[in-house]
Design a protein around this ligand. Structure first.
Ligand code: PMP
Length: 409
């Protein structure tokens, strides 16, 4: 069956709700996505029928829960084409995964004179862990210069790459600009000088097929909640030979091999990085989200997002005094400002119409500085949004523009 957005929407219970008496128009998918019933049901099934801890109990219920949890790991393995499920570490989100790489690999492998490359396009979760590592190890943090449009390119990465580069830490898709970075080519560059590449793919997995073997990245992090899955769950993919020599950063139950009074030894990856009771329900929910996304199909997801984005941009261009910062983006994000109106004021206008958008610095303050803006408005579309959503968004944009021109000018 072809892509039918109305059939898709029926599977998202929240889309039947209203906000301020208006139909809910959810355009903050960059922050988190809505959850289909299948994902909520999978989580409910675990809690209602399979609640027990994993890897522990010598009884059937625990073994069933372990099968569900480990089954989700296998789904992630296939989804991102990891070589083995042991390369898939469950975390509480992309932030924890990105920090894990910096805290474990970064702290133990870097020293003064080494260089870390990142960019002003990074989310704070991608950039701050390495700023900290640079401070405590004496390594130098360098920025890949962005193009005039605000992109990371191979050429610009080359311009700051040296024999001292040990880490490149960049995003795959920017949460503000929606640009896709040339990760495969940058992985090759990193490896040409013996550096590793760690990829923040939080905004990539929701929109595009990611094949870690094809990219040849060393680490890749993402969150379930940005791809129809539950909050509190994420994934760190890492090459197994790297993971298995990295020190854990959290210690506790289930991650040990042998515990002695003075020293202890750790299980192999992924378990050495999953201390304590893991994100069981979250991982099961992520598995259901993967099934859902695969059923919808990335080609349909991208086509719908881009159709909506194109229509929105065309409508926005007819409104005077709007600045769009990322007209050429390949994903469903539009970052913009209405001249003379604070983004938070615009967000209140949208909210009154039942429209959810994000206004602020989007956890990307270096990029706001680069854009010379204190903040922006961000509308981010996903495959369950409709042309009617775009029309409502455009009408509210016109209304906000007129309202604030009357008030202030
Ligand atoms: N990186 C990017 C590009 C993001 O958009 C986000 C979420 N806004 C994160 C990292 C962090 O994800 P989480 O908050 O789910 O840990």
């Amino acid at each position: 069956m072809g892509f039918d957005v109305h059939h898709i929407r029926e599977q998202f219970p929240i889309l039947k709700t209203t906000m301020h008496g208006k139909p809910l128009v959810y355009l903050d998918n960059g922050a988190t996505t809505l959850k289909p019933k299948a994902v909520v049901d999978a989580i409910d099934h675990y809690y209602e029928e399979k609640t027990s801890n994993v890897h522990r109990g010598a009884y059937q219920l625990s073994s069933d829960a372990t099968d569900l949890y480990e089954g989700a790991r296998v789904k992630v393995r296939d989804f991102i084409n990891a070589r083995t499920e042991n390369e898939v570490v469950f975390t509480k989100g992309a932030t924890q995964a990105l920090n894990l790489v910096a805290q474990s690999w970064g702290i133990h492998n870097l020293k003064a004179g080494d260089e870390i490359l990142c960019s002003e396009l990074e989310h704070h979760s991608s950039f701050l862990p390495w700023q900290y590592v640079a401070r405590v190890t004496g390594a130098t943090l360098k920025f890949i210069p962005l193009t005039e449009e605000g992109r990371i390119t191979v050429e610009n990465t080359k311009s700051v790459l040296t024999e001292n580069t040990k880490v490149i830490a960049i995003n795959y898709v920017s949460n503000v600009m929606g640009y896709i970075a040339p990760i495969k080519e940058i992985a090759a560059l990193a490896h040409s000088v013996g550096a590793i590449l760690t990829v923040d793919a939080a905004q990539a997995l929701p929109h595009m097929k990611v094949d870690v073997q094809d990219l040849d990245c060393d680490f890749l992090s993402f969150s379930a909640h940005k791809m129809c899955g539950p909050t509190g769950t994420g994934v760190l993919y890492g090459k197994l030979d790297l993971l298995n020599v990295m020190e854990p950063i959290e210690f506790g139950g289930e991650m040990i091999d042998l515990v002695g009074d003075v020293t202890s030894t750790w299980k192999d990856a992924p378990y050495r990085f999953e201390a304590g009771t893991p994100v069981i329900a979250g991982a099961i929910g992520l598995g259901a989200a993967i099934d859902f996304i695969e059923t919808v199909g990335y080609e349909n997801i991208v086509a719908q997002e881009l159709k909506l984005r194109q229509h929105a941009i065309a409508g926005m261009k007819e409104i005077d005094g709007l600045t769009i910062f990322n007209e050429g983006a390949e994903t469903g994000i539009i970052s913009f400002n209405v001249d003379g109106v604070h983004p938070h004021d615009m967000a209140s206008i949208y909210d009154a119409e039942g429209i959810c958008v994000r206004a602020g610095h989007h956890c990307a303050q270096p990029l706001m500085k680069w854009l010379c803006q204190p903040a922006t408005v961000r509308a981010s579309f996903y495959f369950y949004n409709t042309m009617e959503d775009v029309e409502a968004f455009l009408a509210a944009t016109r209304q906000g523009k007129e309202f604030f021109s009357d008030v202030f000018f």
